[in-house]
Design a protein around this ligand. Structure first.
Ligand code: KIV
Length: 257
């Protein structure tokens, strides 16, 4: 198997649908890679799934660089995308460039950042500098305080036009793919048909070129998940039973023998 790259992701459009997921550590990244996951996102969702925060906002560059390093050292074929955390690209384009370069130096093959028309200059500058960008429009979790919660976007025709405009803008700016998060499936279908780049949906219905799932959701490690999630395993019970069997056996003197 060959390592996934920008060219192979671009040419998957209309040919092969890609099931992609997040990972934040070496062990799970290796397992996802061995299973053939084509793109692994070191998402800022590590804030909620690995670091114990309620939102992605507290995640910082050192969290991101540690996780990107761990994941990229552990995969052979998956493309590793490093998510730019909140604050790492909002305070000025020069600082954003330095942070994107640091994420690539830590081992990522590409970066992801949230926003549409407002981040297009930055996307142009990054791609011109050789940093592939996976964009993210629709519901952008770093704007949770602006929305007043993680709320579906693009529900009215006017709002849908804005999301469509953002998706077209990030494509024109040079993004090689775009995440469509929590938007109506008809809008995701319209955007997927309108763009030449791969759309990666999450909570955006079945028509996108590729899908994300947060790893802890798909493995059933998170017991409470958004309604669009499909759990492919129930690891929470498996892991809890294993811990509890171990504690009991030690208590009873059955382990170690
Ligand atoms: O951080 C993340 O996991 C993401 C996905 C929801 C796409 O941005």
């Amino acid at each position: 198997m060959k390592k996934w790259n920008v060219a192979s992701v671009r040419s998957a459009k209309g040919v092969e649908r890609l099931g992609c997921c997040t990972a934040y550590d070496s062990c799970f990244a290796r397992l996802a890679d061995e299973a053939g996951v084509p793109i692994i996102l070191v998402g800022d969702s590590q804030g909620m799934n690995a670091l114990g925060y309620d939102t992605t906002l507290p995640v910082n560059m050192s969290d991101t660089l540690a996780a990107v390093g761990a994941v990229s050292r552990s995969v052979k074929n998956a493309m590793v995308v490093g998510d730019m955390p909140f604050g790492s690209y909002q305070c000025g384009d020069d600082e954003a460039m330095e942070n994107a370069v640091a994420i690539i130096k830590a081992g990522a093959d590409a970066v992801k950042l949230e926003g549409g028309a407002s981040v297009c200059n930055l996307i142009k500058r990054m791609t011109t500098a050789g940093i592939p960008v996976l964009a993210h429009v629709g519901m952008t979790p770093q704007s949770v305080n602006e929305y007043g919660g993680f709320k579906k976007q693009g529900k009215t025709r006017e709002a849908a036009e804005r999301v469509l405009g953002d998706a077209k803008a990030v494509e024109a700016a040079g993004a090689f793919a775009v995440t469509l998060e929590c938007i109506p499936s008809e809008l995701a279908a319209e955007i997927t048909a309108a763009l030449k780049i791969v759309t990666v949906g999450i909570g955006a219905g079945p028509v996108c070129d590729a899908q994300w799932l947060v790893m802890h959701d798909l493995l059933g490690l998170n017991e409470h998940t958004p309604s669009f999630v499909k759990k492919y395993a129930d690891l929470a019970s498996v892991v809890r039973s294993a811990f509890s069997a171990y504690v009991n056996e030690v208590k009873k003197g059955e382990f170690p023998r």
